[in-house]
Ligand binder design. Structure first.
Ligand code: GLN
Length: 490
């Protein structure tokens, strides 16, 4: 048996029942990663020895956790005690954190096994992983194309069966967009659902950690373990966490679905638009009520995000000054040391964001940019809230186009346009889930984004499960379906 083909849920059940050893699974993953990752380059660091030791420990336990034997990869902007955490940046190239992020602690407490740290755009700024200071990751469906970003390493690892699931972070789409490009499931939870403690801050009012998985069920299970109150993150909500993976088959009541009107689909890649229309037919076939919605503020979401996110980033990234940790380039004067360290340590996209954010926050411009963007943010959140008085879910394409070629987007604005459909949920703080919804004629995966109201993840997973069962997407690189089972077994 080739264990990487086994889905997370199935593997965990077998390990918990004592029918399969976690150590055997891990050994099989190690050899698969060794033969595959030279081409994909999803990992910045692998933790094979540690993973094997952990697996043996778990095999010896009588009571095994809810994720026993789950092989998980972690984006390299989520801190791991004793394991280098680079954020894809030269400035943190040799940084070894002295503590674990809450999400890592929670996964390990349920006996998940961390197999390595995945590549990303530097400080999670980008949509292709080409902004990684080390190397770009490639899309397993077509190695000439990007896996998306910034959690591109996490998405590629899951799609190439190098992990059962991975953690990513999503500030404006960084879990959902790479999930769409790689044909997998990705959730940005409600802001405050999952602790940000130990996530290296990019834009604190938007950042959320979310899972990337092969199926909706795996996503629901891992979210149940990660989510919940944490006293170490003051924005983390004190709301109980149900087992999201229970009762997924239950249809969440009478469902009203909101769709974007045809004007919003103008300018989209024709195959993305066509796939969205096919979904619409599928919904009608399922007997769901469809409502066409207009979002006049949708257009300002992108510019609004690109004021707010860089503003917060310019402040968060001030801590990399060569004094406390990370890179230091020695110089006679303190101010010279700052300048030399930051000049050498940050890549060009990070510098661009720091400059943009510093400008937007500077006196004289603050009202014109930051305050105005904050007002627009409130208007966008208000429009979405009003829409949820009329519908239960809103469906959009996850991305305006399928995975593009490496090097294709040289203009930063062209790269920013990737986030057209995803930033709205980030600004409003609502959950957004991307599921694979089909392939282009060239065989590239496309994603469907499902939005729902704050803290409605339980219903969101049920609805996504229903759609997933009707879409029947297959990871045809490995001949398995989205549940991780072989095609003919279903
Ligand atoms: N692509 C967006 C950006 O560059 C989103 C990044 C993210 O969600 N971390 O800001």
């Amino acid at each position: 048996m080739n264990y990487p083909e086994l889905g997370l849920r199935e593997a965990v059940d077998l390990v918990r029942q004592g029918q399969l050893k976690a150590a055997e699974i891990v050994e099989s993953y190690i050899s698969h990663i060794e033969s595959t990752d030279g081409k994909i380059r999803a990992f910045l660091t692998t933790t094979f020895d540690r993973a094997l030791a952990r697996a043996r420990e778990i095999d010896g336990k009588k009571e095994k956790g809810r994720l026993a034997g789950a092989v998980v990869a972690v984006k390299d902007n989520i801190v791991t005690r004793g394991i280098r955490t680079t954020c894809g940046s030269r400035i943190l190239e040799n940084f070894v954190p002295p503590y674990d992020a809450t999400v890592v602690e929670r996964l390990e407490a349920e006996d998940a096994i961390i197999i390595g740290k995945t590549n990303l755009d530097e400080f999670a700024m980008g949509s292709s992983t080409e902004n990684s200071a080390f190397f770009p990751t490639r899309n397993p469906w077509d190695p000439e194309r990007v896996p998306g970003g910034s959690s591109g390493g996490s998405a590629a690892a899951v799609a190439a069966l190098e992990a059962m699931a991975a953690l990513g972070s999503d500030t404006g789409g960084s879990v959902r967009q790479p999930a769409a490009f790689c044909g997998i499931v990705g959730l940005k939870p409600t802001y405050g659902r999952v602790s940000r403690y130990g996530l290296v801050a990019f834009a604190s009012s938007l950042d959320q950690i979310g899972p990337l998985t092969r199926s909706v069920e795996d996503c629901a299970l891992i979210t149940s373990v990660m989510a919940g109150f944490d006293a170490r993150d003051s924005t983390c909500a004190e709301i109980p966490v149900p087992d999201y993976s229970a009762d997924l088959r239950e249809i969440p009541g009478r469902i009203k679905v909101g769709l974007l009107g045809e004007t919003s689909l103008k300018g989209l890649h024709p195959e993305v638009a066509a796939s969205y229309l096919r979904i619409q037919e599928m919904l009608a076939g399922l007997g769901l009520e469809i409502v066409h919605l207009d979002f006049p503020s949708w257009e300002v979401a992108l510019p609004c995000y690109y004021i707010i996110a860089p503003s917060e980033a310019s402040s968060n990234l001030a801590r990399y000054d060569g004094v406390r940790y990370g890179l230091r380039i020695e110089a006679g004067e303190l101010a010279d040391m700052y300048v030399k360290t930051r000049t050498a340590g940050f890549g060009s996209e990070v510098k661009r964001r720091i400059l943009l954010g510093t400008f937007a926050l500077s006196s004289g411009y603050y009202d014109a940019y930051y305050v105005k963007a904050s007002r627009a943010r409130r208007a966008i959140a208000g429009e979405l809230k009003a829409a949820f008085d009329r519908v239960d879910f809103i469906l959009t394409p996850t991305t305006p186009e399928p995975a593009f070629r490496l090097g294709e987007k040289q203009d930063p604005l062209a790269m920013y346009l990737q986030d057209y459909f995803t930033v709205g949920a980030s600004l409003a703080g609502i959950p957004g889930l991307s599921i694979p919804c089909g392939l282009t004629t060239d065989g590239l995966p496309l994603g469907l984004q499902i939005l729902s109201p704050h803290f409605s993840e339980a219903r969101l997973f049920k609805f996504a499960f229903l759609l997933e069962n009707n879409i029947k997407f297959k990871n045809n690189m490995y001949g398995i379906n989205n549940r991780g089972r072989r095609k003919n077994e279903n």
